[in-house]
Design a protein around this ligand. Structure first.
Ligand SMILES: C[S@@+](CC[C@H](N)C(=O)[O-])C[C@H]1O[C@@H](n2cnc3c(N)ncnc32)[C@H](O)[C@@H]1O
Length: 277
């Protein structure tokens, strides 16, 4: 089975781009079908999963910086917690506001599971309890939300067996991982966070300096994700104009994403000339 979206919620996953990504991998990166792909900013693993499904003989390294695989491994526990809160949430209609009293009861149930040493998937739980695509990443973030809502409480999460089958998992800083493969023939799949200009409130700050460090590590073959908002194309054109070899002659695919507000996302890529037949 091939997933078009990550099995558990993950903000920034490339599900709106997955069809174009698959086409790109099939059409332009076939020469690397037995090679190595490094998904350095792996997020939910959706890109790694898709590459492995398309090229089962490739070595695919999924850099799981956010420990998403731990959330996957705990789907059963998360379902148990969801089931425990269901007697409360089932009184409500979808998207209905939960009373303050019931919110307290839900928190009490979650606290019980914390006491019992359960792994708590805050993002998935909050996706069922918060409104408007809001997520909590930890206990404090969930508890500070004064209003809970009911979002599809009865749908148990589907097991995701096989989603990461055959994929190698790393948990490292992306730059470190890329440097480890410095002299090897690898395809770099780079989907970094969007540039942030303020460090306030961010657990993993990704700023201009990180972005520039990454740009210096880019080499062919690569796929680099970006968006129109980040103004990357004029910057890359400027790099090329001043002699940058890595991006010289790059190709581009775009997707107009219409989730909420229309915006253009890019896949900037070079597939390399050295085939691995
Ligand atoms: C845009 S998301 C990637 C989404 C992914 N392609 C998917 O489809 O799920 C960027 C990811 O990079 C991670 N990240 C941030 N700083 C990082 C670093 N220094 N090294 C590796 N990953 C990092 C973020 O936590 C986030 O998961």
């Amino acid at each position: 089975m091939i997933y078009n979206a990550a099995p558990l919620p993950f903000q920034g996953q490339k599900r709106n781009f997955i069809k174009q990504f698959r086409e790109l991998i099939k059409d332009e990166f076939r020469a690397h079908r037995n090679g190595i792909f490094i998904d350095a900013f792996g997020g939910s693993g959706l890109l790694s999963h898709n590459i492995k499904q398309i090229y089962p003989n490739a070595r695919v390294i999924y850099n799981d910086y956010d420990n998403y695989s731990q959330r996957l491994a705990n789907i059963e526990a998360t379902n148990e917690i969801l089931q425990a809160i269901e007697p409360i949430t089932k009184k409500y209609k979808k998207d209905e506001k939960v009373s303050g009293e019931d919110r307290e009861k839900i928190i009490k149930i979650i606290d019980e599971y914390i006491k019992r040493g359960y792994f708590i998937d805050w993002i998935t739980l909050s996706s069922k309890l918060l409104f408007g695509g809001k997520y909590a990443h930890n206990e404090d973030e969930l508890k500070k939300e004064k209003t809970f809502y009911v979002k599809n409480p009865k749908t148990p999460l589907r097991q995701a067996d096989g989603y990461l089958k055959g994929v190698e998992i790393a948990h490292k800083d992306a730059m470190e991982l890329i440097k480890e493969f410095e002299n090897k023939d690898v395809v770099l799949v780079l989907d970094p966070p969007y540039l942030q200009t303020s460090k306030a409130g961010y657990k993993c700050f990704w700023g201009l300096r990180d972005f520039l460090k990454l740009i210096r590590l880019v080499r062919e073959p690569f796929i680099f994700f970006s968006s129109e908002n980040s103004d990357i194309l004029p910057y890359i054109d400027d790099l090329v104009e001043y002699g940058d070899e890595a991006f010289k002659g790059y190709s581009l695919k775009q997707a107009i994403l219409t989730n909420g507000q229309a915006k253009t996302d890019y896949m900037i890529y070079k597939s390399g000339v050295r085939g691995l037949f």
